[in-house]
Design a protein around this ligand. Structure first.
Ligand SMILES: [Zn+2]
Length: 352
């Protein structure tokens, strides 16, 4: 199913490229700028089973995107500057922002050096529990458990299912099914309980994952001192905010902000909602982010920035740089707004 979806997206991107439709759509959908969304930036890894591959791009692909933007004379700006331009209705020059979610160490080791080549600023959204070394990255724990198992048992919908995970294709199918099931569980503790059981059974050290992949507070301090770097908040536990009570969702936003400000001794005024799609962030979360004092908050809803986005500063859409489509031919398609327009049903602003 996921493969089919990937193929449809790829066919769509290629169709937009080969038909030249992105040229026709550009004046209508390219807006005034874009916020690009990334997660990992690192060299390609070996191995057929990489179910989280959409969350990583290579340093070369990031470099291609930056060159493309520079060649088109597009300003690469901070989220503070984006806020200023939207509020001040300053759209004389097109702009792009680069944002990175979760706080991975590879952002420092691979993304920052490339950003530096272009003197381009970046915003990294830190989940405070990841920096603390106590967070849980269940989607990676799931990948690791499946990678080492030849079959997996899980109680899905009250029935014990035994999933074959003996080949790369079977592993991918099992990952898709379990990922879907886990995201649909009612509470965060349900996800953590199921993942903890899987990890215990298959010998995965769930607690070590975020320490292995994410920057600690001690690493974040010098990183945040780099003049190109802005640190934003990505809440405390990286939970799905829409599934929490209003009180807990507000607490997650406000306390993560306070913890980061306290540890890094600088104001934190930009937020990214974990997962960030419609089932993780909606009207209630957009209002809570405003109330918590954030100047901007970004979703993972696909879209470009338009002048009208100034009225929805805590519901900003982004353009994903997806690891499954690292083809330089799609760069003009992404900056034309045609791809995101196709994905969001040809709406310019989708902030409800
Ligand atoms: Zn995240």
């Amino acid at each position: 199913m996921k493969q089919l979806r990937n193929n449809v997206i790829r066919a769509g991107l290629e169709a937009l490229y080969f038909t030249g439709a992105h040229h026709l759509l550009r004046p209508i959908f390219s807006g005034v700028g874009a916020i690009f969304m990334l997660h990992h930036v690192r060299p390609p890894r070996d191995g057929e089973f990489q179910p989280n591959h959409h969350l990583e791009v290579t340093p070369e692909f990031l470099r291609s995107m930056l060159s493309h933007l520079r060649a088109r004379g597009i300003d690469i700006i901070t989220m503070d500057e984006l806020h200023r331009r939207l509020i001040g209705r300053n759209f004389s020059r097109r702009f792009a922002c680069f944002t990175f979610d979760d706080g991975y160490r590879d952002n420092r080791d691979f993304a920052l050096p490339v950003m530096r080549e272009f003197d381009a600023p970046l915003t990294v959204y830190v989940a405070s529990d990841f920096a603390e070394g106590t967070g849980r990255m269940w989607w990676i724990a799931l990948e690791m458990a499946i990678a080492r198992a030849s079959s997996i048992e899980a109680r899905i919908g009250g029935v014990t299912a035994r999933l074959d995970t003996s080949t790369p294709a079977a592993k991918q199918a099992a990952f898709d099914r379990l990922h879907h099931w886990l995201r649909g569980l009612p509470g965060e503790h349900d996800v953590q309980r199921e993942i903890a059981a899987l990890c215990a059974h298959h010998g995965v050290d769930d607690a070590a994952i975020c320490r292995e992949l994410c920057m600690s507070w001690d690493e974040l301090k010098p990183f945040a001192d780099d003049p190109l770097v802005t640190i934003g908040a990505h809440i405390i536990t990286h939970c799905n905010l829409a599934k929490q009570s209003e009180e807990i969702a507000g607490h997650e936003m406000a306390i993560s902000r306070a913890r980061i400000e306290d540890a890094l001794r600088r104001p934190v005024v930009h937020l990214a909602y974990p997962y960030g799609d419609k089932i993780a962030a909606g009207g209630r979360e957009f209002a809570l982010a405003r109330a918590a004092g954030f100047k901007t908050a970004v979703t993972t809803r696909p879209g470009m920035i338009f002048a009208g986005s100034a009225g929805h500063l805590t519901a900003l859409p982004r353009v994903s740089l997806n690891g499954n489509y690292q083809d330089v031919r799609i760069l003009p398609v992404l900056t034309s707004g045609a791809a995101t327009a196709m994905w969001n049903g040809f709406r310019r602003i989708d902030a409800a």
